[in-house]
Design a protein around this ligand. Structure first.
Ligand code: ZN
Length: 202
């Protein structure tokens, strides 16, 4: 795979739509580090209540113990002694996660962030574009389009909702390719809805 650097930190980003295996890939990398007896710390935002409270669980039910944070700044203190820092559902942590990740990598840690790079409208999902810009290593995962079988980069919402954040999985979303993706025909979320989303993020 990569020629990994020594005596320095770095940032890896695993991005893509839902159902592309991002969390599975994150768990795979973190498990390899644990086997090598590296000190690993794993975080996810409070918003994600799927499956389990204090574990990261992929759709295929692989799991790894994690700490839930409300603010990305908590990670700085909690990951102080870690050599490898994993973050899942990074897109829900807001722009401050960019500064936190940068500080962790500058402090010599390997930081691995997984998250959605586009939202249900097909638009870049901040802060992921910022993280992609500052990362050393990037993997864009693709799912398979449920309509035609092509590689799928989109997360199609299949229920009516204009909330930017709507937590769900097979009941609410499906992977679609560029050709089969249908952007929502609704107006963009109002500033009131966005501020609700922000307050949900904490
Ligand atoms: Zn398709």
């Amino acid at each position: 795979m990569y020629h990994l650097p020594t005596n320095t930190g770095w940032i890896e980003v695993i991005c893509g739509p839902m159902f592309s295996g991002k969390t599975e890939e994150l768990i795979r990398r973190l498990t390899r580090a644990q086997i090598a007896k590296q000190k690993v710390a794993i975080f996810k935002p409070k918003i994600d209540d799927r499956y389990a409270k204090e574990e990261i669980v992929s759709h295929s039910r692989h799991k790894i113990d994690s700490v839930i944070v409300e603010s990305p700044w908590e990670i700085l203190e909690l990951a102080k002694h870690a050599e490898v820092v994993g973050v899942d559902e990074t897109q829900f942590l807001g722009m401050d996660i960019v500064h936190v990740v940068q500080k962790l990598a500058d402090a010599g840690k390997r930081v691995i962030c997984a998250g959605l790079d586009t939202d249900f409208r097909g638009l870049p999902f901040e802060p992921m574009p910022q993280l992609l810009s500052i990362a050393e290593y990037i993997d864009k995962m693709l799912a398979i389009c449920v309509k035609c079988g092509n590689p799928a980069k989109h997360t199609q919402r299949i229920v009516e909702s204009r909330d930017l954040v709507l937590v769900g999985e097979y009941d609410a979303y499906e992977p679609r390719c560029r050709r089969c993706f249908v952007p929502p025909q609704t107006h963009p979320p109002t500033s009131e809805q966005l501020s609700l989303t922000e307050s949900k993020k904490g």
